[in-house]
Design a protein around this ligand. Structure first.
Ligand SMILES: Nc1ncnc2c1ncn2[C@@H]1O[C@H](COP(=O)(O)OP(=O)(O)OP(=O)(O)O)[C@@H](O)[C@H]1O
Ligand SMILES: [Mg+2]
Length: 763
């Protein structure tokens, strides 16, 4: 057993050691793991620096005195010079002027609503103000600060680690899906709201935390809304827990009312002004107008980087190419500075998202026109982020939003006008480290009259089955009386309960079943989780796991506009006549072959596949595999030579997606009708399905001018009747054609079963 190098006499040490092992289980190596999260001796606990600090009774002056000192009380290391230079700018932030006022309110109340303009220092400073008063490290607790987006959680944690002069992942860390950057010493944790919700499933009272800060609450993500409802209950059970609700643009009164008339602190003023410009007339083509505006800024405005908001990956990548080409031409022909274009959207892996923080390019030659970076992003860059160097924001006024129609159970992403709050947040990305400009590509009258004040909460626009499953796992049984800020429509809630019941995640009384409990362990939609959990029964869990991973990442097939024919030929190399899921699986298997692995980049390029998507599928697959192993789900395959290899996979798909099935109509080519919801749909032109399958299962309903179903695989009605008898209860079907086809299938099925039992008897 290791002991400290003390200069005490050997005899005494020996005696002490014996005594300690007897009395102090901490010294027992077999019990040591129980104390693993205790502050190890020798590590700074800052007790001396915090002498005179009384928890929840400190002042700004007390904290500032230690902040201004020479030694970092959290690490016992001397403060670096960078620390002091950042400290100086921090002291100029608007929230700083109200540190004492903040502390008083924080100390007096359990819940506090905090509003401060974009860039005023909420996300970076408030958690630190809290740390110095809450002293979580002395209680073996943590302070959490949630963010709706991964990229924000990561970058803000990094900034605050620098501000506190500690190493990221030690005292200050972050936690996002599939990445935990925290350690045993962490007491300030930035995290996505979804991650905190996941933690709540296993720890209903969130006992690890002494203060929880819900940042960007105005975004009203599903996770934030559910967390708010949950925290409202937790604060009653835990009087020691403090909550702060934060945003630049929220309807403070509504939040105050919801949180039992919690007090409000509003911090006025910003660090740098942002000048707003509007167009005189509405723009007919916002993408074209955006390109024009970016190039004009590059040609005429002084040094400073550009942030352009567009709506989705494809649009962003297209526009990035256009702007790059044009900017290169300007550089060649008009001696403009170099411009580097970065793209940012949710499906990019975190390390790619971090590239937006790279510095702008240098001038082409000494003394030449300065370089610029231009970031083109979805609304994931709309809140929280400080990207040093951004001076110009271009805001066309649109974003993609989820819309859910419970009647036909279709969720779709539609390009929609943003809200005033969003526009304000977007403008707030400029003017953070110096004065900025925001170009809104719509008239001022449109801003005033046409934009709604706040974006509709996600909970009112989404399929709720995942959320309902989460709530059940959180121990909330009475969903109707669970206090959500904006309760969803009863029909949407009913639909979710019904879906979960068909998936056997909830029983007829609405209680969580063992399958439901298991499904909630997976960070997946319930249908996907159920498919995965059922897959060993179909002897294909290895394959279904790969398909699940592939369905969880962006499209693996690349189809550039100019090379469509070649891309389609390449896709056909992998095509399976029975459909797209099997085709994707073929791609994945080829991707894992030695041939492809020898040079992945080249192989993907040659086959018109997205290396990035395949790599993230690989990553998601291993994360999910870990959960499957933990839950002791068997990993098996049908031998590839077996003629049931693909059939088993198709059956397993039905186990999760039996509610997403369409039947071919007798009239009209590739016209299908979805079962039960009776929607007319067409097969998406991208499908490889080689024959006129009577019945298909689909992954996605795409709502454009026509209704398409995308990623489809041929299935048999007998399988559906067999796997999901409750859903395929024939008398409940209204459509006559579908009903009689099911009846015929039922007859075939019972004939077959009879034959089987007859032959069994004969033997
Ligand atoms: N990475 C960074 N590099 C340079 N300065 C930064 C960085 N992060 C923050 N800052 C400075 O700190 C200020 C406050 O940032 P913070 O993220 O705390 O603001 P906020 O009030 O949370 O804004 P928002 O409402 O936009 O989220 C910024 O305006 C900027 O001046
Ligand atoms: Mg913020």
């Amino acid at each position: 057993m290791a002991h400290s190098d003390s200069d005490e006499g050997g005899v005494r040490i020996k005696r002490q050691k014996v005594k300690k092992t007897e009395s102090d289980p901490r010294q027992n190596p077999y019990l040591a793991h129980m104390y693993a999260d205790e502050t190890p001796s020798g590590v700074a606990d800052g007790r001396s620096a915090f002498a005179g600090f009384e928890r929840h009774n400190t002042t700004a002056a007390q904290a500032e005195k230690v902040e201004d000192g020479e030694t970092n009380p959290f690490t016992n290391e001397p403060f670096s010079s960078k620390y002091f230079s950042i400290l100086k700018t921090r002291r100029d932030l608007p929230v700083h002027a109200q540190r004492d006022e903040f502390l008083r309110l924080y100390q007096q109340s359990q819940i506090l609503v905090f509003v401060g303009e974009t860039g005023s220092g909420k996300t970076t400073q408030i958690p630190q103000f809290v740390i110095w008063d809450d002293l979580p490290h002395t209680q073996r607790k943590l302070v959490a600060c949630t963010q709706p987006r991964r990229v924000a959680a990561m970058s803000v944690a990094q900034r605050v680690a620098a501000e506190m002069d500690v190493k990221l992942g030690e005292e200050v860390g972050y936690s996002i899906r599939f990445e935990d950057m925290t350690g045993p010493k962490t007491f300030l944790k930035y995290m996505t709201d979804g991650m905190l919700l996941r933690e709540a499933m296993h720890d209903h009272d969130l006992t690890r935390y002494s203060t929880i800060i819900l940042d960007e609450a105005h975004e009203r993500t599903m996770a934030t809304d559910v967390l708010m409802g949950l925290l409202k209950e937790v604060v009653q059970r835990r009087p020691d827990l403090k909550i702060i609700i934060m945003s630049a643009t929220l309807d403070a009164q509504k939040f105050q009312r919801y949180f039992n008339d919690a007090p409000l602190l509003a911090v006025p003023g910003r660090t740098h002004p942002v000048e707003i410009f509007y167009t005189p007339e509405p723009e007919r083509d916002y993408v074209e107008a955006a390109v024009r505006t970016v190039l004009q800024i590059h040609a005429t405005e002084p040094e400073g980087d550009i942030l352009l908001f567009l709506t989705g990956e494809e649009e962003i990548e297209d526009t990035a190419r256009k702007i790059s080409l044009e900017a290169d031409e300007m550089m060649r022909e008009a001696d403009a500075g170099p411009m580097k274009v970065y793209t940012l959207y949710g499906s990019l892996p975190p390390h790619m998202q971090q590239r937006i923080f790279e510095p702008a390019p240098a001038p082409r030659r000494p003394g030449g026109r300065p370089g610029r970076k231009c970031i083109i992003s979805t609304n994931i860059a709309e809140t929280s982020l400080t990207i040093d160097g951004i001076v110009y924001v271009v805001d066309p006024g649109f974003s993609k939003q989820n819309i859910y129609n419970p009647r036909i159970r279709v969720q779709s992403l539609l390009v929609s006008p943003i809200s005033k709050a969003s526009a304000q947040q977007r403008a707030g990305r400029a003017g953070r480290t110096r004065p900025g400009k925001c170009f809104r590509l719509y008239p001022e009258s449109a801003f005033k009259k046409e934009l709604i004040d706040q974006t509709y909460p996600e909970i009112l626009r989404s399929n709720l089955s995942s959320t309902v499953l989460e709530l059940k796992k959180l121990g909330i049984d009475d969903l109707v009386h669970f206090d959500l800020m904006d309760p969803p429509a009863p029909e949407t809630l009913m639909r979710a309960l019904e879906e979960l019941n068909y998936l056997a995640c909830l029983d007829d009384e609405g209680n969580l079943t063992p399958l439901g409990r298991l499904a909630s362990e997976f960070p997946l939609d319930p249908a996907l989780a159920v498919m995965l959990i059922s897959s060993p029964e179909f002897y294909c869990s290895n394959e279904i796991l790969s398909i699940t991973a592939l369905l969880s990442v962006p499209q693996v097939f690349v189809r550039p506009a100019r090379e469509r024919k070649r891309a389609d030929e390449m896709k056909n190399l992998f095509a399976h006549p029975d459909g797209d899921h099997l085709t994707m699986l073929n791609v994945y298997h080829a991707f894992k072959s030695a041939d492809a692995q020898a040079d992945l980049r080249q192989w993907c390029h040659d086959h018109f596949l997205s290396l990035r998507s395949l790599q993230s599928a690989d990553n998601v697959r291993s994360q999910l595999l870990r959960i499957m192993e933990r839950e002791e789900l068997e990993m098996i395959s049908t031998p590839f030579e077996d003629k049931k290899y693909y059939e088993n996979i198709r059956r397993a798909l039905c186990a999760g997606f039996f509610m997403q099935v369409a039947k071919k109509e007798s009239q009209g080519k590739s016209q299908y009708m979805t079962v039960k919801d009776n929607q007319n749909v067409l097969l998406h032109p991208s499908t490889v399905l080689a024959h006129d399958a009577e019945w298909v299962l689909y992954n996605e309903f795409v709502l454009t001018t026509k209704n398409y179903i995308r990623t489809v695989t041929a299935v048999k009605p007998e399988w559906l009747l067999d796997i999901a008898p409750a859903y395929y209860h024939i008398p409940s079907f209204e459509n006559r054609e579908i009903k009689s086809a099911l009846l015929r299938a039922a007859e075939r099925l019972s004939r077959k079963e009879k034959m089987r039992s007859d032959s069994g008897r004969r033997r």
